[in-house]
Write a protein that binds this ligand. Structure first.
Ligand code: GLA
Length: 389
């Protein structure tokens, strides 16, 4: 399906060929996160942004109570019944069906629908293609059946779909960034209160460059869920001395040292990383306000080291990619991004050196790991929207 039309036009054509005229088309973007990793489910802060790579869902009603889906990228179809939402044999429909299930659980009346899906968010690269698809789906169903959902409900529903149907105990960051993204702005989100503020991120001198390790770790979701449990174990121990601590958000490094240092070294390392990261993000936001990308970037490297050594969610490829740019003044900051165990590193790179730097890193990566490195230069873009058709 390679042609030069924009994705919004292609998805319309694709839908038309299979199902007739779509009622609406929704675009929901992937996300980056500048700093604040594995802090969302610990009720801390994150600093994500939506990007100019998105999933598009074209949708229309059916009158037979059935769900017909077509994933254009994969050239795969799914057919099932609205009254018995389940998946067998293939994975991709879970993101859509998980949303359908959550809407029904919340008491919303749906009818049958057809949907076609197409996008340019690289899959499994840590850019939240799954949250983008879930958010596009909930937005599209909200529009199609006039459910009257607020954006915040949609975000929470997408997260629940991932937690309960897909089985990843993820936090709120990814769907929040996809839905609330704003062009040129990063979102400072308090994951406990869901209060948020936009902060400008100027890409005049510096651009955001993602290096994709190409590693898709099969343990990513089980290890992710395990990290959550390790944090919860740390909280339970801290609570014995400090009952007011409800999550790692409420703890500080002295509590972590006092209560956990003599215990399980793994739990100690995990909790140390999280409380350090939560305070690092707050200082990093001050750097952004002061327009000090050098100080901001140093914190990104510190985050990487914490994720790699204490939280242990990096991989040799991501570590090497960060080391390749570490001492270059034209790259003030870099780190692995997202859940970990593969995916991309995020790099802040001085615009005029990008082609030269990318060539060097691609060559070094090939030499070291014997595989091609994919590079994406991304811009910060709007969150989930209806596409004009
Ligand atoms: C994944 C999850 C998010 C978040 C990040 C790590 O992307 O979906 O909720 O926990 O990992 O920061």
């Amino acid at each position: 399906m390679e042609n030069n039309l924009p994705i919004s036009s292609r998805i319309r054509e694709i839908y038309q060929q299979r199902f007739g005229t779509p009622a609406c088309i929704v675009r929901s973007p992937g996300r980056i996160n500048l700093i604040g990793e594995h802090t969302d489910y610990n009720m801390g802060f994150v600093l994500p942004a939506a990007i100019d790579k998105a999933i598009y869902v074209a949708i229309g009603k059916r009158d037979d109570g059935r769900i017909h889906l077509y994933a254009a990228d994969l050239d795969r179809t799914y057919e099932g019944s609205l009254s018995d939402v389940h998946v067998s044999g293939q994975h991709w429909p879970v993101y859509i069906l998980g949303v359908v299930q959550q809407l029904q659980k919340a008491g919303h009346k749906l009818a049958g629908f057809s949907a076609a899906i197409l996008g340019d968010v690289p899959l499994g690269a840590g850019l939240s293609s799954s949250a983008a698809l879930e958010c596009a789906t909930v937005f599209a169903l909200n529009e199609l059946f006039q459910l009257g959902l607020e954006k915040r409900n949609m975000v929470q529903l997408a997260q629940k779909a991932e937690n309960e149907f897909v089985g990843l105990q993820c936090g709120i960051m990814d769907p929040f960034a996809s839905v609330f993204g704003k062009k040129g702005q990063v979102i400072r989100l308090d994951c406990r209160s869901l209060e948020y503020a936009y902060m400008p991120f100027s890409t005049e001198t510096y651009k955001i460059v993602l290096f994709d390790t190409g590693v898709k770790h099969s343990l990513a979701s089980s290890e992710y869920n395990l990290r959550r449990q390790e944090c919860e174990e740390g909280i339970r121990t801290i609570q014995k001395a400090y009952p007011q601590v409800r999550s790692l958000r409420d703890a500080d490094i002295s509590m972590v040292n006092e209560c956990l240092q003599a215990g399980d070294p793994v739990v100690y390392k995990r909790c140390k990383y999280v409380v350090e990261e939560i305070s690092r993000l707050q200082e990093a936001c001050d750097d952004l306000v002061n327009n000090d990308l050098v100080a901001f970037g140093k914190k990104m490297f510190a985050t990487h080291d914490g994720l790699s050594q204490l939280y242990q969610v990096s991989c040799p490829e991501a570590d090497a990619l960060v080391d390749m740019v570490r001492n270059r003044p034209e790259v003030p900051g870099a780190r692995m991004m997202g859940g970990g165990f593969g995916g991309c590193t995020i790099n802040i790179v001085q615009q005029d050196v990008i082609p030269g730097l990318v060539a060097i890193v691609e060559k070094d990566y090939k030499e070291k790991f014997g595989k091609e490195l994919k590079t994406y230069i991304v811009n910060i873009d709007e969150g989930t929207t209806l596409v004009n058709i």
